[in-house]
Write a protein that binds this ligand. Sequence first.
Ligand code: NDP
Ligand code: DXP
Ligand code: MN
Length: 382
Amino acid sequence: MKYISILGSTGSIGRQALDVIRNNQNYKVVGLSANNNIELLEEQAQEFKPNIIAVYNEEKAKILKHRLDGSDIEVVSGLEGLNRVATESSANIVLTSVVGMIGLIPTLKAIEHGKSIALANKETLVTAGKLVMNAAKDKGISIIPVDSEHSAIFQCLNTENEKEISKIILTASGGPFRGMNYDEIKDVTVKDALKHPNWSMGKKITIDSATMMNKGLEVIEAKWLFNIDIEKIDVVVHPQSIVHSMVEYVDGSIIAQLGITDMRIPIQYALTYPRRTSNNLEKLNLSRIGTLTFEKPNYKTFPCLALAYEAIKIGGTMPAVLNAANEVAVDMFLKEKIKFYDIPRIIEHTMEKHSIIKEATMDDILNSDKWARKIISKDFKG
Ligand SMILES: NC(=O)C1=CN([C@@H]2O[C@H](COP(=O)(O)OP(=O)(O)OC[C@H]3O[C@@H](n4cnc5c(N)ncnc54)[C@H](OP(=O)(O)O)[C@@H]3O)[C@@H](O)[C@H]2O)C=CC1
Ligand SMILES: CC(=O)[C@@H](O)[C@H](O)COP(=O)(O)O
Ligand SMILES: [Mn+2]
């Protein structure tokens, strides 16, 4: 039996993970968490009977605590609450599926407590990849990727010699605005940007896919996860999202992982690794799909992808600044306070103003994140 805590159980990944667990008798849920959605969290708690649940929002936590009074489930709140769920003593694996850099500290705490990590929260590695991977190495714990591209690469690397890799090729759907030009995209609405062609996901990552920042964040995530030079990470647009990513070897062979667009497959793989288990999900029918196509990304129309490459090449605290600026800008776009191309404009402006710290400590990273958020509220919210 494996014991799991899920950070962000009410989100898209969290809900799908619970669905995987419903069909897998080898898992017992011991911790769950949400930000605000206490209705769903309560339902999940009643079904899975964890030892502890965390609600980030203090007021909502009080309400849920009152409702669950007399039950065996402990209700905790705030960042401290997330840390408690991440380090719950009976958990041996933690699925990090909160959105945003709020996932960083609980993930680190889980690592420090020797928990295996099933990593969906890409912002953790984007902001502090070096420190997080070093902490995992020191503790001898594994980080198994959940992000579909990284799960694919992880599977393509299995059994191969790392020295023989010539590059990693991340596939990108191109998002809802693939093939369109600046004039066609500049006035898009939030509703337009939330129409991902292939995947059903949370709002923040769906906007990231539309700007292609998602692929930029994934390039950085891949660099740290697979310990590979940024020059060896390529992006190719693959509108069908069937090839989840590829690894090219020095002899010219490319190994790819293919599958339907259902996150329950990489989630299940991360939970059952190194074994594979059967499930009731639809199987990929290649003859029905017929054609798989590939094209170059358009860095001009999607400047966020270029900004992410720039941030990781600069290194130090810059990726944390890129990430913070992106989180704030996406939130402003979702609230209809800014237009689509203001997202890369805000990120670029914030990166230009930042004085980077090269050998960054965790405090440097957290302070740079705070600095970026403050600068944006000063320069753009007036
Ligand atoms: N969805 C997908 O298919 C994929 C997602 N990912 C990555 O996985 C992560 C989660 O994405 P996704 O599931 O789509 O996101 P969602 O927005 O659907 O869910 C986010 C989860 O995090 C919780 N949360 C949000 N803010 C906070 C906070 N401040 N403190 C504590 N909890 C918080 C939410 O709680 P509440 O419900 O109460 O708001 C919810 O449980 C992201 O990093 C994303 O990039 C990676 C690959 C695919
Ligand atoms: C499902 C998943 O892993 C997402 O990150 C997805 O890849 C987003 O699609 P884009 O390729 O459009 O960014
Ligand atoms: Mn992905």
